[in-house]
Design a protein. Sequence first.
Length: 213
Amino acid sequence: MQINLQEIVPDYIDKKNISGSQVWGKNIIIKKGEHLHIVAPSGTGKTSLIHFIYGLRKDYTGNISYDATDIKKLSTESFSSFRQNKISIIFQDLRLFEDQTTRENIEIKRRLHPFHPPEMIDEMAGRLGIETKLSQQVKTCSYGEKQRIAIIRSLMQPFEFLLLDEPYSHLDEVNRKKAMDLIYEECGKRNAAMIFADLKELDFLKGEKVLTL
Ligand SMILES: Nc1ncnc2c1ncn2[C@@H]1O[C@H](COP(=O)(O)OP(=O)(O)OP(=O)(O)O)[C@@H](O)[C@H]1O
């Protein structure tokens, strides 16, 4: 399966102002197993693009298709069930259940569409240094801890595409590296593609495909 971006331009951007963009108005194909980094300053549309690809927003011209299926033509219900096995996401605003514990937040996702056994939650929490937070309510965790919870939650389901919207903004370099290693490993297990949006190119990502908005 592949994602095709065909001449996407958000409705709120004047087409006259996209000439410098490597994404808006261009044709881009993202295939299984590929890693694409979208690097752009604040307010240039990274979140919009991620939400377009995830099917949450349709306020753009152009077409986004998964293989031959144009996502604007899918009903909300059919795209939602398509996503369950094909697309996972880490939202910039994380969208965790604040009154539930870390483990509950991750386990809900794991149970809905299992890819890993429950023990994997402990293993991943240990790798990312939040094993002591598993029984703690999410609302009492720091934002950097919440980002790690959202990362682990996103890795519980099967997927062919993983969308990441500034997932490391509150993580120090050591924790970024640990999280990135885990994400790479999990994408590798599924031969999944990764689309990663961030403000700047991270040092350890150099050498991969980078496009600016
Ligand atoms: N429906 C809309 N109408 C008008 N402007 C919009 C709309 N949606 C987004 N924008 C504007 O488009 C720009 C891009 O927003 P977006 O959240 O996609 O940027 P971003 O690159 O993810 O920013 P950040 O790095 O700060 O999170 C912003 O200036 C935002 O105000």
